[in-house]
Design a protein around this ligand. Sequence first.
Ligand SMILES: Cc1ncc(COP(=O)(O)O)c(C=O)c1O
Length: 428
Amino acid sequence: MSELAVYGGPKTIQPGEVKPWPPIDKSDEEMVLDALYSPVQTRGKHSIEFEKEFAAWNGNQYAVFTNSGTAALHMGIAGCGVGAGDHVLVTAYTWSSSATCILHHDAIPIFVDIDFDTFLMDPAKIEAAITPRTKAIVVVHLHGLCVDMDAVMDIAKRHNLRVIEDACQAHGATFKGRKAGSMGHCAAFSLNQNKCLCSGEGGIFVTNDEAIYRNACKLWSFGETARPEESRDFHAYALGWMYRNNELTAALARSQFRKYGYYFDNLRANGEHLLANLGGIKGLLLPQVPADCVHNWYNFNLRIDFDALGMGGDVAAKVRFRDAVCKAIAAEGVAVSVWQRFILPEMTVFRAKNAYGGGYPWSIPGADDGVTYNPEDYPNALRYSRCHMSIVQTLRAPNGLDIAQKVVEAVRKVFANIGRIEPDRILG
Ligand SMILES: Cc1ncc(COP(=O)(O)O)c(C=O)c1O
């Protein structure tokens, strides 16, 4: 086997071989030009049709096009009637805004540890985190794999909690045949650059509940009750933000969405190829997909099995080793990186309780009772954050099985040379 690329050997994948995401063609150009030359640049036909098309595809009654997934998450918190000082449960390992959306609404995030194998909120740990102030749960279908929604909805029903699905990474993923974003009380999708459906930036809020929809819409557009395309009285009935998006972005979202079936199937095939061909490698743990789930492979995760490699308890050394392996795979030409280096309870905004300054919203009387953010209370999330690396865009269309096979070869090459990974030499 040839020398590792990180040490000067040949790359497995040559520069330019992996095509960029998202693929753009004439149909995108035509749709965006149609929007560009339209006299209506906001809340025109592209925004409105996109909402209808997405809602029909995902099985939701209502969809609202937003300027980010975070905006859609915040709409979910507001839509569900979460109030100042309420507690909202959220997974300890996710994107920051799965939890900061709770702070945006003056509520208090309470973290729940993950299952190490699925890296999703562990439903068995939810009930212990519920307090008398708990109003809702934000479940995150992380990396395109759905949480066990039967378990979550059962707990929510028994404790009278609302469930907001963070489906920002989970377009098309399913649990028992039900689509992400159709199982809780409402959900948020993202359309940013990395997402399986990309319009540059953007998001979608979905629900089947009319009251949640109406509350969320007030937050979306200046606290108004009329939509901007309707006759408005320009009255702020509640505190609102400006979370709307525009026609050019909607046009790109629509044209990309028409190709989503192909994108989804392509990504599924690439993810399954990696899963089938990366087995049996010493020191490498592969993603676990429960039988009830169809993964969309938004993010294909590799985890280093330090025990199998005989590496002891020095956390800093393990993290440096993981970073060096990641750099070695990247040098082979695979866009691999560490997705989230920190779990949320490690992040300063929570630990320092510094969200709005002066300790707010934790300073709301009674809100802070017993709330601590000690990272060691989330051992699975910590373990995961220290051993994983993520492959995102390399597996997206138009890159097919030929590239997926080269990813397999690159990963196999690095792990075949795992004894030669020297963090000091690779990382400096
Ligand atoms: C799990 C998750 N939640 C929320 C978000 C926020 O989405 P956006 O960047 O569109 O605000 C992202 C993406 O960045 C995400 O991956």
